[in-house]
Design a protein around this ligand. Structure first.
Ligand code: GDD
Ligand code: MG
Length: 366
């Protein structure tokens, strides 16, 4: 089977992290976001994966080439010279996606869930029409593409409304599709949106169906959702009794309150309290008496003694000073320094900055 992952876009909503790395390479649960998708596709028997790239292709190629061997899949890079939106890249990759008459998967690169590729393929085959979209229910549908059904049919889609301004429903496009190669004929090679142009056209012909997702789902393309998605992902690992998680009761020098993922190379001081919902990346150093909850510490970051960190993403190689306190979706870019005893409330700090005064209210620090 074949798949295309949409890896373009500038990832502006995930700044300051995306000032350093393209969004699909930002580590989610200690692995580049997109590797979760590559792994799930490979496990479902996909053999050809096209990565549709337009932004910093050289970094992407370098970072992702190795996964081809690791997951035994053929990964190719389809590089756009101008951003082709969410449908144009499918046309650009027509040679691979249309090489046989079998359907192919399409994914947004920033969605995370227990990818149901096998069930999705079976369902798609059962209705025999052009496309199937995975849908999930959310509380705030206006940020997404909303799906409305035919009253007389459980899965046939009647309307697809991207980012609705008025409430039309709460079942949304989860950013995961399976499409027949015939869909490629509907797309022109130009910047074009699958949500605004292709889906409405398929809907008009009554050829688009929905598939309900079970379990968690999140678009992790913004800091607040990245943190919520991390909590959901860790809870899912806990439910599966995953070996990836560190378990309380192992000989840990700290108090551990569940849903904690720690890279084995991280160093943790004495008398810390960690969890719930914490991800600690490779080579992170944590001083004595640190309190961490609902946060992500990316590779090479340091948290000094007695700091208190909650609802925060700490960027690569950043340092948090002693007795500092960070909360309310603070995000530190690469190589940021937070001084001793500093308070950060929703601070979004650009790479290489040093913070020496409190940030009392949410602000971008440049
Ligand atoms: N190759 C390529 N070229 N990829 C692109 C381009 C482009 O020009 N523009 C965007 N992308 C990729 C992004 O990297 C992302 O993986 C995907 O297309 C969707 O773009 P987002 O910017 O993340 O869209 P969104 O989150 O606002 O909305 C989309 O996702 C929602 C689910 O999370 C839509 O598909 C909604 O309908 C959907 O509900
Ligand atoms: Mg998105």
């Amino acid at each position: 089977m074949k798949a295309l992952i949409l890896v373009g876009g500038f990832g502006t909503r995930l700044r300051p992290l995306t000032l350093t790395l393209p969004k699909p390479l930002v580590e989610f649960g200690n692995r580049p976001m997109i590797v979760h998708q590559i792994e799930a596709l490979a496990h479902a028997g996909v053999t050809d994966i096209v990565l549709a790239v337009n932004y910093r292709p050289e970094i992407m190629t370098k970072a992702l080439e190795k996964y081809s061997a690791e997951y035994n899949v053929n990964i190719t890079f389809s590089v756009e010279t101008e951003p082709l939106g969410t449908a144009g890249p499918l046309k650009l990759a027509e040679k691979v996606l249309g090489k046989d008459d079998k359907p192919f998967f399409v994914l947004n690169s920033d969605v995370i869930c227990d990818f149901p590729f096998n069930e999705l393929a079976k369902f798609h085959e059962s209705h025999g029409q052009e496309g199937t979209i995975v849908v999930t229910k959310v509380e705030e549908p206006s940020k997404y593409g909303v799906i409305v059904h035919k009253p007389d049919h459980p899965s046939r889609i009647d309307r697809f409304v991207e980012k609705p301004v008025e409430f039309v429903g709460n079942r949304i496009n989860a950013g995961i599709y399976i499409l027949n190669p015939s869909v490629l004929k509907r797309i022109e090679l130009r910047p074009t949106s699958i949500e605004q142009e292709t889906f409405p056209a398929i809907v008009k012909d009554g050829q688009l169906h929905s598939f309900d997702l079970e379990g968690f789902w999140m678009d992790v393309g913004q800091p607040k959702d990245f943190l919520s998605g991390t909590c959901l992902y860790l809870s899912s690992l806990t439910k599966q009794n995953s070996k990836l998680l560190s378990h309380p009761g192992q000989s840990t020098p700290y108090i551990h309150s569940g849903n904690v993922l720690i890279d084995p190379s991280a160093k943790i001081g004495k008398n810390c309290k960690i969890g719930p919902n914490v991800v600690i990346g490779p080579n992170v150093e944590i001083g004595d008496g640190v309190r961490l909850q609902r946060c992500v510490l990316l590779q090479g970051s340091k948290v000094k003694e007695h700091a208190w960190v909650k609802s925060t993403i700490v960027g690569w190689n950043s340092t948090i000073g002693r007795w500092a306190r960070l909360e309310n979706v603070s995000v530190l870019g690469d190589d940021v320094t937070i001084g001793d005893e500093i308070y950060c409330n929703g601070a979004s700090v650009l790479p290489h900055k040093s913070i020496k005064a409190n940030v009392d209210a949410p602000a971008i620090i440049m």
